[in-house]
Design a binder for this molecule. Structure first.
Ligand code: PBG
Length: 338
């Protein structure tokens, strides 16, 4: 039988003419037969907006990342855009947090201000907003809390999420990205956007978002750690893959235009299955903990930050990601150029 293995060419085993190293002999040849490309066009850079002026508050667990006042958001976004980053993902840290996340949908909320400033000064920069309540809730949960019952209430939270998405669109957001993991939120947001006249605003749904320890540094960055309990009653169990496909199917049925898998590196199997099953535009979020691990090991001289970051992102592309959300986006643009 020729070959003997479905992935080998039709060659008699006694005459092994297929020698993989032939195509690895020169950089030109290696690049020419590379199956996966990494390019700046795919990158999204998260930014944290906070009140004030000329404020740059470094986040201890995420070296190189700061909470920025809107003027500084503009400065960093301008630099990133000039370096080749085509899109940002905005998070907000409000002055006041309460039990109904008022800051999330305030007309002049922190994200709304940042969006207006960005769209005014950098109209070509794609502005994606994270739609969630946790940064704006005094208790840090992604939905309304019923304290006596010890529950995160699903349906009452949908109204607030929908209001938040509409207020982002009103401010000029190009894409809204719900990350709360309440059931039915994509439908609620799509309906509210449509009623509000934003039928052309796409939804990037954090569809398969896991209850992950890799979010640790982000919660310092966004000051959004839950004050009690954890997020396991709404975010996914890391043990589950089939369920991720149901979550994605549901979000698509409810009107998601793009879907996301988060975190990225420990969930490449999910990324691959989501892309091959649905063929939808798919984003991978290389989350805070993934970034911090690389930064910390690089600072100790244990790994090469550039090589490891590019390899990890290439792995996400190979697994099926079209869009890469990474805190290293601006550096990556520089590394890809030279
Ligand atoms: C908000 C949200 C989180 C992240 C993105 N959106 C935190 C969480 O769910 O606890 C994490 C991003 C990161 O770790 O980089 N719900």
């Amino acid at each position: 039988m020729p070959g003997g293995h479905p992935h080998l060419p039709m060659t008699a085993p006694a005459f092994p003419t297929y020698r993989p190293r032939r195509l690895r002999q020169s950089p030109v040849l290696r690049r020419m037969v590379a199956e996966t490309q990494l390019s700046a066009q795919q990158l999204v850079m998260p930014l944290f907006a906070r009140p004030g002026r000329k404020e740059r508050r470094p986040i201890g667990s995420m070296p190189g990342v700061c909470q920025l006042s809107v003027d500084e958001v503009l400065k960093d976004a301008t630099a990133a855009f000039a370096a080749g980053v085509p899109a940002v993902l905005l998070f907000g840290i409000p002055d006041i947090k309460d039990e109904k996340a008022s800051g999330a949908y305030a007309r002049n909320g922190i994200v709304q201000q940042a969006v207006r400033a960005l769209k005014k000064e950098l109209p070509e920069l794609l502005v994606i907003t994270d739609v969630c309540l946790c940064e704006y809730m005094s208790h840090g949960h992604c939905g309304i809390v019923h304290r006596a019952a010890g529950k995160i209430l699903n349906d009452p939270s949908l109204k607030l999420l929908a209001r938040t998405a509409v207020s982002h669109a009103e401010a000029g957001a190009d894409v809204v990205a719900p990350s709360d993991m309440m059931d039915g939120r994509v439908r609620a947001i799509r309906a509210a956007l449509d009623v509000g006249g934003f039928t052309d605003t796409p939804i990037l749904a954090y569809a398969a978002k896991y209850a992950s320890a890799f979010y640790g540094p982000f919660r310092e960055a966004a000051e959004s750690a839950p004050q009690f309990g954890d997020r396991r009653s709404y975010q996914m169990n890391p043990a589950n893959a089939e369920e991720a496909l149901r979550e994605v199917a549901l979000d698509i049925a409810e009107g998601a235009d793009m879907v996301m898998v988060k975190p990225a590196l420990a969930y490449l199997d999910i990324l691959h299955r989501v892309k091959t099953t649905f063929g939808y535009p798919t984003a991978a979020y290389a989350v805070s903990g993934e970034y911090s691990m690389i930064k910390a090991a690089a600072a100790k001289g244990w790994i090469d930050e550039r090589a490891v970051t590019l390899e990890a992102l290439l792995g996400m592309r190979r697994a099926g990601a079209d869009i890469l959300i990474t805190y290293s986006a601006k550096d990556v643009c520089g590394w890809l150029k030279g």
